[in-house]
Design a protein. Structure first.
Length: 496
């Protein structure tokens, strides 16, 4: 039987004194396990926040945001899943309702200071913000608010603005000149109340600025400090400059993409910047936050985009590891070498993908294409040239939409290759809310929605991207700076 553990304030004692309970999920009978002073001086002002932090003595306990219901110690069902770190299903659980306890988000209460600039870091913090983290961009002084311009005369400027709007959504912005001592002091004060610092500088820059992990962990030992760079903080390439194309080269992905004998096919910067970089960073930050609940300490997270790409190559490398035979472009099962796992041009000029790997899907494909002469010859390489030619001829007879209807009816692994003008109108993407409209200073814009769908703590785009330094006064006021002091800091160029 699963047992729920939680903590609550003790009577009318200070909010930082908590008791841990063990509750039976069936009858709610509880007993006190331990009483612990969880006060931490550097985080005292956060003691009453919605999700109290468990000290290491409470490792493994489930943490609830509010005291149990009455003297019985009953755990309110509305809290049982939403605020438990290691939730296990219980029979008393009822999903929250719109009229009940306010819907929480998975990362509510997590405060992130984002020092990053280029795509991987902002994508990482966008993911965190989409799930409720309070992300504050720490931007340079002076800022460039033109990045939020609408689609004006310069199309390239409009594209840059749109990219910033998308990756900056759900965040606040404070403009700090970290080369200024007063600005650094402000940053240190913010770090005291933060959970995460994210940076994307070249190795060594943060040390020169005085915002490296060793310095900040002395300010707040619970800080999770994520460094996101092309080649990592160590190794012979760590100080080299680069972009996505370079990181996927070292990570090995570029060497397996393309057609036999042709130059490597350069993909858009998805593999290193976004998957191997931003996504890996977001995952690792969440892992470090969970670890902190057991250890009581934060830690440094070193994300190299080249490492992330090679990690994505885990399965692609297994053939070489097991037989010594390297995977070459267009030669493997999943790289287009087989005619039944490839793309074909349709009668309307659009492309269509098929992935009939399993025998029953392959047989269905042959039947639908009127190519029964290839039944039983799926893995006969001598038949592949004629098979491919036949498939090309048949696919050219219908449009991509017609083929999609036919393939769906016969339960065949297939899909049209959507170009961007098709993505936003595709009924499945629309139904899954993967294209959303977000308000920005330049007006409403379309953006890609939130990918993961969580049942109880769903993510959402909370607001558009901020102007540079839009929240400087607000953030400084929250840590005790009055208007006169803020004006003086702005006059000396410490803040924007």
């Amino acid at each position: 039987m699963h047992r729920r553990h939680y903590v609550r304030p003790v009577g009318n004692r200070p909010a930082h004194v908590v008791r841990a309970f063990r509750a039976d999920p069936l009858n709610h009978q509880s007993r006190v396990l331990v009483e612990k002073d969880a006060h931490r001086s550097s985080r005292a002002r956060r003691a009453a926040e919605i999700r109290p932090r468990a000290p290491s003595a409470f490792a493994g306990l489930r943490i609830l945001a509010a005291p149990p219901d009455g003297a019985s110690g009953k755990c309110p069902p509305a809290f049982s899943r939403r605020h438990c770190y290691d939730y296990a299903p219980t029979t008393d659980y009822q999903p929250p309702t719109p009229g009940g306890f306010p819907m929480a988000m998975a990362l509510d209460g997590i405060k992130v200071l984002d020092l990053s600039r280029l795509a991987p870091g902002p994508y990482c913090s966008m993911l965190l913000a989409d799930f409720g983290a309070d992300v504050t961009l720490v931007e340079a002084v002076p800022g460039v608010n033109a990045k939020l311009a609408g689609p004006a005369a310069d199309p390239e400027a409009a594209k840059r603005a749109a990219a910033y709007n998308a990756l900056g959504r759900g965040k606040r912005s404070i403009a700090l000149n970290l080369k200024n001592e007063a600005a650094r002091d402000i940053f240190y004060e913010l770090v005291k109340g933060a959970d995460v610092v994210l940076e994307g500088f070249r190795p060594g820059v943060v040390n020169r600025l005085g915002v490296d992990y060793e310095t900040l962990s002395a300010v707040n030992p619970r800080i999770v400090y994520c460094s996101l760079s092309g080649f990592g903080q160590t190794g012979p390439y760590s100080n080299l400059v680069g972009h996505d194309i370079n990181y996927i080269s070292i990570g090995g992905a570029l060497g397996v993409i393309g057609r036999p004998g042709a130059a490597p096919a350069i993909p858009v910067n998805l593999l290193a910047d976004f998957a191997g970089g931003g996504l890996m960073a977001a995952f690792s930050i969440c892992a470090a936050l969970l670890a902190r609940e057991h250890t009581g300490r934060g830690q440094a997270v070193d994300i190299a985009m080249s490492d992330g790409v090679l990690s994505l190559m885990t399965q692609a490398m297994t053939g070489f590891f097991s037989t010594g035979t390297p995977l070459r472009p267009g030669e493997g099962l999943l790289t287009g070498a087989r005619p039944w796992y490839d793309t074909y041009k349709c009668g309307d000029g659009r492309w269509f993908s098929i992935g009939s790997i399993e025998p029953h899907f392959y047989e269905a494909l042959c039947h639908v294409l009127g190519a029964d002469e290839f039944l039983g010859r799926q893995h006969d390489e001598s038949a592949w040239p004629a098979m491919r030619e036949r498939f090309e001829d048949v696919f050219a007879t219908k449009t991509a939409d017609e083929w999609m209807a036919i393939m769906s009816e016969h339960d065949i692994c297939a899909a049209p290759v959507l170009e961007q003008e098709n993505i936003v109108t595709d009924p499945h993407n629309v139904a899954r809310e993967m294209v959303v409209t977000v308000d920005t200073p330049a007006g409403p814009v379309q953006q890609v929605g939130v990918g993961p769908k969580l049942s109880d703590t769903p993510g959402r785009v909370q607001r558009g991207a901020p102007l540079n330094g839009e929240h400087t006064d607000e953030v400084l006021a929250s840590i005790g700076y009055d208007a006169e002091r803020i004006a003086a800091l702005r006059a000396e160029g410490a803040v924007g």
